[in-house]
Design a protein around this ligand. Structure first.
Ligand SMILES: [Zn+2]
Ligand SMILES: [Zn+2]
Length: 249
């Protein structure tokens, strides 16, 4: 039974858990930066930064909280008192936390960075790591497609015919790609994922990326998909394409 808003309860238990995770991350990071493996050092430095942030955040941002999704009734956990764009794994809705309540995010919201997740067609790609950053250079994509280097996958998507950022009439169509690594038992598989025909108006670009996706539902592992700047476009894209998040498998 869908409701307009639900109560959000601050949780000392969640705080204790976050503090423990933060402390472990910082301690792990401290040891990792002292090794000689560069990848381990980089990961360790990340943990060293994340750990104290997790410990200090409640001082500025309020206690983490727990509530139920107003759309489907599933459990939602927030990192702080005020939190935006929380994805519910139960119903794929976006929610905001604030003033002790959980509400649906404004469906017309457009963020400065891609924030709203949609599934990819590739149900075998779940956990990913990124050897490189995302790029949107069409010559590079063409190069990959013609040389057939490694596993290149081009997404066959239906793109609602409006700018992915502002919804205006499209003036051009972009491509984008990202090199990812799919962890395997023995070694990682490198894959290039690409999308073509992404509609944009004359003013916008980079409104969608391939990205790792997390939800605010506890116990959820991440998955892989797309992230849009526009929640309206994300919802239209999900209606136009039949794919589901891999955590539903
Ligand atoms: Zn829900
Ligand atoms: Zn636009």
């Amino acid at each position: 039974m869908a409701e307009t808003e639900t109560k959000l309860k601050p949780s000392l238990l969640l705080l204790a858990r976050n503090l423990a995770i933060g402390a472990m991350a910082a301690a792990g990071g401290y040891y990792m930066v002292q090794t000689s493996e560069i990848v381990v050092v980089i990961l360790g430095a990340g943990l060293l930064l994340v750990g104290p942030v997790m410990v200090l955040m409640p001082l500025f941002m309020g206690l983490p909280a727990r509530g139920v999704c107003p759309q489907c009734g599933g459990t939602i956990e927030t990192m702080s008192r005020d939190d935006r764009n929380l994805l519910c794994r139960g119903c794929d809705s976006y929610l905001d936390a604030g003033q002790g309540k959980l509400r649906r995010s404004d469906p017309n919201r457009v963020e400065a960075e891609p924030s709203f997740a949609a599934p990819s067609p590739w149900s075998d790609i779940t956990l990913v790591v990124y050897p490189t950053v995302a790029f949107s250079a069409s010559d590079k994509i063409q190069d990959w497609l013609t040389t057939k280097k490694g596993g290149v996958r081009v997404m066959e998507a239906r793109w609602p015919q409006q700018c992915v950022v502002c919804g205006a009439k499209p003036a051009r169509f972009d491509e984008m790609a990202r090199q990812i690594a799919k962890p395997g038992n023995v070694m990682d598989t490198e894959i290039v994922v690409a999308a073509k025909g992404i509609p944009y108006c004359g003013a916008h670009k980079e409104g969608v990326v391939f990205e790792r996706i997390d939800s605010a539902t506890p116990g959820a592992s991440g998955c892989f998909g797309l992230k849009f700047r526009s929640l309206t476009y994300r919802n239209a894209f999900m209606s136009a394409n039949p794919w589901r998040f891999t955590w539903h498998q």
